[in-house]
Ligand binder design. Structure first.
Ligand code: MG
Length: 307
């Protein structure tokens, strides 16, 4: 199987022809939520049905359990202080791993009603935390604990860094899932995996203009449609390209919405993150495994060291 499917010459500047896809670990049921922790030089990710967080040590190449049970974690990201922010299906909350090792609840209710099961999360440069809240963690006992939705809708929320208040920023997705900002934070991309509940619903990644002095969203539009599987989680590189999960590959979309290439994977992809000391290693959670491949780009806002 060929590794790359190059569809546009812009793709070649982002990859290394000689790079190889490495399988770093396997043995999960459904892996998702990777985040690179620079100070620890490890990647942690979720194995949601098995109710555990896993860790890959990039220095030794070893992998193992970081925490189990863990509240059926799903998505993770990191804030400006280097703290891990988590979406927990089981505890139906967004939490933060404090420097003392304790998970602290940041949000678990909206207007007194329990959240469904936060799925994925991103931190904006102003410290606000934006997350999706579909029902996958309460639909059954597989990825959390079966329950009915108290809110009755699957929304995208913004957690205010100053007072901890929650506000709804998007209501027009059937099942909002992965999310990420463009490098200048003028656009929030959100994937909609609503086809899991509404047959034929477009497997869309939507793009919303950030408005309201950076605290709300304008009217969204479909940015891209996935034709194999669904867009789940994704990351944006420093040039604004979107490296996204799909059923058969990591797909790369230019900021203009063009699919410029694919990194083909043996398993369906759930999410990716940039890592390594130079942030040029793309870690990929794909169904049962963690993979990695070196790329020629990295996340916005990071300047690689020169020595
Ligand atoms: Mg997800």
């Amino acid at each position: 199987m060929s590794l790359y499917d190059s569809l546009d010459q812009r793709f070649s500047a982002l990859i290394h022809g000689s790079a190889r896809l490495e399988q770093l670990w396997t043995g999960g049921r459904w892996t998702e939520g990777p985040v690179y922790v620079p100070s620890a030089r490890h990647v942690i990710w979720s194995d949601i049905p098995n109710n555990r967080i896993l860790r890959y040590d990039e220095v030794t190449g070893s992998a193992g359990v970081f925490e189990s049970p863990c509240g059926h974690h799903n998505g993770h990201t990191i804030d400006a202080e280097g703290r891990i922010i988590a979406c927990e299906h089981g505890n139906r909350r967004v939490s933060r791993l404090e420097h003392d090792g304790q998970w602290k609840t940041l949000a678990d209710r909206f207007e007194g009603k329990r959240l469904n099961s936060p799925n994925d999360v991103v931190v904006k440069s102003d410290g606000s935390i934006w997350f999706s809240d579909p029902t996958y963690g309460i639909d059954s006992d597989y990825e959390g604990f079966a329950a009915s939705s108290e809110i009755g809708a699957s929304n995208v929320y913004r957690l205010d860094p100053a007072d901890g208040s929650l506000s709804i920023v998007a209501t027009d997705l059937v099942k909002p899932n992965g999310l990420a900002f463009s490098p200048d934070e003028s656009i929030l991309y959100v994937s909609d995996t609503g086809a899991t509940h509404v047959p034929g619903h477009p497997a869309a990644m939507r793009a919303y203009p950030v408005s309201g002095n950076g605290s709300s969203l304008g009217e969204g539009r479909n940015f891209a449609i996935c034709d194999v599987g669904l867009f789940d989680g994704f990351r944006v590189d420093r040039y604004g390209n979107i490296f996204t999960s799909s059923g058969d590959s990591v797909r790369v979309y230019a900021p203009d919405g063009t699919l410029i290439g694919r990194i083909l994977t043996p398993e369906g992809v759930s999410n990716v993150c940039f890592g390594g000391p130079r942030r040029n290693r793309l870690f990929i959670t794909a169904t049962t495994s963690l993979y990695a491949i070196y790329v020629s780009t990295g996340p916005a806002g990071f300047v690689p060291p020169t020595v």
